[in-house]
Design a protein around this ligand. Structure first.
Ligand code: NAD
Ligand code: UFG
Length: 330
């Protein structure tokens, strides 16, 4: 199969390319390198022993994107490209709406023109919004999002629904990721956020390696067993494999799947496990809650198991070990 992977040099895209390459697929990567480095391409070739066609193109440039479809007989598209920083999206909403929405619309319009109608979209647990319970089930529908980034995900889901309603020959899979963490076991690829990280795992790594002094834990007064926030952390390699399964088991229609472990982990559990597995110290202090945070959020991943034959295989220990291995290597 010939698969176009947008954002394929980014964190989740690069791990997915590795897994797709194992299945003898022909992979075409498009990325504007806004949040990734060209060296990742060499690393992908090193890990897989394969070469990939790469286009340093921006999805906002329609002519360029069209060239990719003109030059390749693409069967399906996995669309990772987009901006993803929640805090930044609050400060620069127009930048987020412009990039995430317009790049997706350009891509879909060109796919339609070239009659490529298999599409996998990177959505997020954030579309469930603020709920009474921590568990997220696909049947719950979307809730109120709390930031422009999350709203772009919700809006794109809606655009895809309207597109499918207008033409049911599309096969659209919407994957709602929970918290992707960890890194490839080779230590060659992983998450490399610019500047001071916002997310828990990259922050823990910066503190463990002495690059930052102390981790602020945002609140220990949530109604959870130890008072800290609970999330569903998923190893990025498990997540990548979820895309391979989604492609293999793509059904006609528009389908949503949670990709998570189904297990809630608290901030303190994460810190303690990281310290134990890697034999390092993570200094932390408890501070005020972070605005917009939920107490608890985890997946019901049973639909993905039932319909895609996918579930997570890696443990929290694997996550902590592989993340630290990547940090030390880089
Ligand atoms: P990432 O930033 O590492 O990768 C995204 C890639 O897209 C980058 O390499 C960037 O250079 C590229 N890109 C951005 N805009 C582009 C454009 N206009 N044209 C071409 N390339 C462009 O992010 P990631 O963590 O790998 O996330 C991938 C997708 O999954 C994103 O859509 C993100 O919103 C979604 N997602 C991520 C998380 C998470 O916590 N990492 C959670 C849920 C959903
Ligand atoms: N946390 C801290 N200190 C930190 C960073 C995070 O205590 O320095 C806590 C948070 O309060 C939360 C947990 O760690 O309880 C996880 O926080 P992250 O920022 O790592 O992740 P979120 O669950 O807030 O959000 C992430 C992505 C969103 C995505 C969502 C669901 O940032 O884009 O997962 O996929 F939508």
């Amino acid at each position: 199969m010939k698969i176009l992977v947008t954002g394929g040099l980014g964190f989740i895209g690069s791990h997915t390319v590795v897994e797709l390459a194992k299945e003898n697929n022909e992979i075409i990567i498009l990325d504007n390198l806004y949040n990734s480095k060209i060296e990742v391409l060499d690393k992908l070739e090193k890990i897989t022993g394969k070469k990939f066609k790469f286009y340093k193109y921006d999805l906002l440039n329609k002519e360029d994107v069209e060239k990719v479809f003109e030059e390749n007989e693409i069967d399906s598209v996995i669309h990772f490209a987009g901006y993803k920083a929640v805090g930044e999206s609050v400060e620069k909403p127009l930048m987020y709406y412009s990039n995430n929405l317009m790049s997706t619309l350009n891509l879909l319009n060109i796919m339609k023109k070239y009659n490529v109608k298999k599409f996998i979209f990177s959505s997020s647990a954030t579309v469930y919004g603020n709920k009474e319970t921590g568990i997220c089930i696909e049947t719950m529908g979307r809730g109120e999002t709390s930031n422009p980034y999350g709203t772009t995900k919700s809006m794109i889901e809606k655009i895809l629904e309207d597109l499918y309603a207008s033409d049911n020959t599309w096969n659209i899979t919407i994957l709602r990721y929970f918290n992707p963490v960890g890194a490839h076991e080779s230590g060659l690829i992983g998450e490399e956020p610019n500047g001071i990280p916002n997310n828990l795992m990259p922050y823990i790594m910066k503190v463990a390696s002495g690059k930052l002094e102390v981790l602020s834990i945002f609140g220990d007064d949530y109604p959870t067993p130890d008072g800290t926030g609970i999330r569903d952390y998923i190893h990025v390699v498990d997540l990548a494999k979820g895309h391979v399964k989604a492609l293999e088991n793509m059904k006609q229609g528009l389908n949503y799947y949670n990709l998570g472990s189904g297990k809630g982990i608290s901030v303190l559990e994460m810190v303690k496990t990281f310290e134990k597995v890697n034999n390092v110290k993570v200094n932390y202090k408890i501070v005020e809650r972070r605005a917009g945070d939920l107490a608890e959020c985890y997946a019901d991943p049973s639909k993905a198991l039932r319909e895609l034959n996918w579930k997570t295989e890696k443990s929290l220990e694997d996550i902590c070990r592989d993340a630290w291995n990547f940090e030390k290597n880089n």
